[in-house]
Design a protein around this ligand. Structure first.
Ligand code: HEM
Length: 81
């Protein structure tokens, strides 16, 4: 399998709506979570991170600090910063 593409922060920032797609970054990875937004257990709060890093939000909402949450996120990976 070929490596995932390098994606710029600028490109990520252009994806912060359901229309344009919702991308986030986490520890150097880029994730397209557009399809996940409507099934997020925490509801629309997830859109606060759209187009940027999720770390600041996950340190506020420690419920994400679990293996199964990271597994879920990994399914949406599309590239590296
Ligand atoms: C809950 C995933 C981003 C706020 C959850 C849960 C999952 C999840 C799996 C349920 C955890 C459990 O109960 O075991 C994700 C993923 C995210 C993301 C994959 C990013 C791609 C965010 C962001 C915020 C947020 C950015 C806030 C700004 C919350 C809150 C809950 C929650 C408040 C608790 C809901 C409740 O139990 O009432 N999230 N989340 N999440 N999330 Fe997220």
């Amino acid at each position: 399998s070929s490596p995932l593409p390098i994606i710029s922060q600028e490109e990520v920032t252009r994806h912060r709506s359901l229309k344009d797609g919702v991308w986030v970054t986490y520890q150097g990875g880029v994730y397209d979570i557009t399809e996940f937004v409507s099934i997020h257990p925490g509801g629309e709060k997830i859109m606060m991170a759209a187009g940027g890093a999720i770390e600041p939000f996950w340190s506020l909402y420690a419920v994400h600090n679990q293996e199964h949450v990271l597994e879920m996120l990994s399914a949406y990976k599309i590239g590296e910063l």
